[in-house]
Ligand binder design. Structure first.
Ligand SMILES: Cc1cc2nc3c(=O)[nH]c(=O)nc-3n(C[C@H](O)[C@H](O)[C@H](O)COP(=O)(O)O)c2cc1C
Length: 354
């Protein structure tokens, strides 16, 4: 058990989930004061891992384990997060205008299931504030993704304008861009995953995201045919890849908090998210890069997603339960699995069990 799990987590878990979240993020944001120290921390813990370096969608990733969107919504703690060893950090979801999100409480822990339910509702400081943060970023040892959303009060008919505005301002400051149409907490958002609306939106954003890879993040609640349809649109629109998946609105268990509205994340979403990865991989014959996310708490789950077809993975809920040491735990485990399988690079493992 790590220091985080034995000391910090019991203290943090006595607090309201969002307060604990803000405390943790605030602590990480302090690393901004000393990028030199952060770089030293990353060097010390991030021993060179040549077999885990990977090249995806034209970008070099020092390792495949990234931070998923939603933790650093305003790009406030990138330096601290990179110091922990993440191979990429996805910031956002950011909307064109600042918005407060839903009423609190809006995030709930379900420790029995190693899960969270959240209905944050894209609380964020807006695209301008994020642009300022990214312009000032002193240190970029790994790709930074920007995850785009729409404001709650923008009707779906005008959603494309929000995504285009976000892309125009932020894509020049990002290494890659993600269109998020899969949050369950912005009313009507997920309807934009339907082929016709999706195509119009992705074509417009694609024109705006110049010379940068563009990804679409999809929900685990799409049926298999809907996943196929989304993949076909993504390919037709020259989008570079998919992030699979966001949180689920299903509740595959009984729990006093199961009736809370919102997206469920963590262990219970792992299996479906891996199935979606496998489905996307099969539909494209492996031609489209996949970022696999959902319920990664250890190397075994990361490995399952890579073997199902993910070139990169991300985690969020595992980080809340496992703490900062989880990144290196997963990386150590992946290195060992590659050696055991007799493989010399991560790329060789992608889709081996698709
Ligand atoms: C509290 C919370 C907030 C989230 N906010 C966002 C968000 O703003 N944008 C987004 O694309 N995904 C968001 N997510 C989804 C995660 O990025 C991820 O796709 C999902 O939680 C599954 O991964 P996990 O099981 O490792 O958490 C959020 C998840 C949580 C738990």
């Amino acid at each position: 058990m790590s220091l985080y799990q034995s000391i910090a987590r019991p203290l943090l878990f006595r607090l309201d989930a969002e307060v604990a979240h803000e405390l943790g993020l605030g602590a990480l944001a302090l690393a901004d004061l000393s990028p030199g120290l952060a770089a030293a921390a990353r060097r010390r813990t991030n021993a060179d891992r040549p077999t885990l370096r990977t090249h995806v969608a034209g970008l070099d990733f020092p390792n495949p384990v990234g931070l998923a969107a939603g933790l650093d919504k305003n790009a406030e703690a990138i330096v601290g997060l990179l110091a922990l060893g993440f191979g990429s950090v996805e910031v956002g979801t950011v909307t064109p205008r600042p918005q407060p999100g839903n009423d609190k409480p809006r995030i709930f822990r379900l420790p029995e299931h190693q899960a969270l339910i959240n209905r944050m509702g894209f609380n964020n400081l807006g695209a301008q504030a994020m642009a300022g943060r990214l312009r000032e970023l002193p240190w970029r040892p790994a790709p930074i993704g920007v995850n785009l959303g729409k404001n709650k009060d923008t009707p779906n008919e005008a959603a494309v304008d929000d995504y285009v505005a976000g892309a125009r301002l932020l894509s020049p400051l990002a290494d890659y861009v993600v269109v998020n149409l899969s949050s369950p907490n912005t009313p009507g958002l997920r309807a934009l995953q339907e082929p016709q609306a999706l195509e119009a939106l992705l074509r417009a954003v694609r024109l705006e995201v110049k010379g940068r890879p563009l990804f679409l993040k999809i929900a685990p609640d799409l049926g298999d045919e809907a996943v196929d349809a989304a993949v076909d649109v993504v390919r037709a629109c020259q989008v570079d890849g998919l992030v699979c998946t966001n949180t689920t609105i299903t509740r595959p268990f009984e729990h006093p908090l199961a009736a809370e509205t919102g997206g469920l994340s963590g262990r219970p979403v792992a299996q479906r998210s891996t199935e979606v990865i496998r489905r996307v991989y099969a539909r494209t014959g492996g031609a489209l890069p996949i970022i696999g996310v959902g319920g990664i708490f250890d190397g075994a789950e990361a490995w399952a997603k890579i073997q199902a077809g993910a070139s990169l993975v991300q985690l969020y809920t595992g980080f809340i339960y496992g703490g900062p040491g989880l990144v290196h735990e997963v990386l150590d485990d992946l290195e060992q699995r590659l050696t055991e399988a007799g493989l010399s690079s991560l790329q060789q493992a992608v889709g081996r069990n698709a």
